[in-house]
Design a binder for this molecule. Structure first.
Ligand SMILES: Cc1cc2nc3c(=O)[nH]c(=O)nc-3n(C[C@H](O)[C@H](O)[C@H](O)COP(=O)(O)O)c2cc1C
Length: 173
């Protein structure tokens, strides 16, 4: 059996996908030339608890594609509501500009990451597997280290950033 041809155009498909509210992440690593690489990613999701696996997908047009494919590890930062500017900054423009004047650190296994207390959570991942899927590559990361805080999350919905509806403090669950 084969799939039937779509009866919608790409713009409508994108708009329909946009009805799914997501968090926003920033993925960082180091290129083979030793320079930092990073981008804003909303395709992050959980996959498996044991072993601990997560996924995200990267456009085949991304300038960093071959570098992320070869990277041993990367860090996925779940952004907090206060990091909206960071999310915009890491969605366009030259890679070198994105990291200008941004405090950086290293995750426990040495992977380049943001040094920002507003980050809601981060996952240091071993670059476990990659699968080609249409115009994106699905990256599956094995989480080696992670950390979470209780900052309000940044939310992306219908092609725009939104603040979380509740300003109540999050519980410690
Ligand atoms: C909210 C948001 C979510 C995004 N999610 C993804 C994603 O999941 N995968 C992806 O490849 N690009 C995603 N992008 C676009 C990339 O951030 C953007 O194409 C990338 O930074 C371009 O980098 P480059 O110029 O180095 O190729 C997203 C952009 C925004 C604003």
């Amino acid at each position: 059996m084969t799939a039937s041809a779509p009866d919608f155009d790409t713009a409508y498909f994108r708009s329909a996908l946009g009805r799914f509210a997501t968090g926003v992440t920033l993925v960082t690593s180091t290129g083979q030339d030793g320079r930092p690489i990073g981008l804003t990613v909303s395709s992050f999701n959980s996959v498996s608890l044991d072993p601990p696996l997560v996924l995200w997908s990267l456009s085949t047009k991304a300038s960093t594609l071959s570098q992320f494919e070869k990277a041993e590890r990367y860090v996925i930062h779940v952004l907090g509501a206060q990091q909206l500017k960071l999310a915009s900054r890491f969605a366009s423009g030259p890679q070198a500009e994105r990291f200008r004047d941004i405090p950086l650190g290293r995750a426990p296994n040495g992977t380049l990451m943001l040094d920002d207390p507003e980050t809601s959570a981060w996952f240091e991942c071993y670059n476990w597997a990659r699968h080609a899927a249409g115009d994106h590559i699905i990256f599956i990361g094995q989480v080696e280290r992670c950390h979470r805080s209780f900052t309000q999350p940044l939310v992306y919905h219908a092609g725009d950033f939104e603040l979380t509806p509740s300003q109540e403090p999050l519980s410690n669950k």
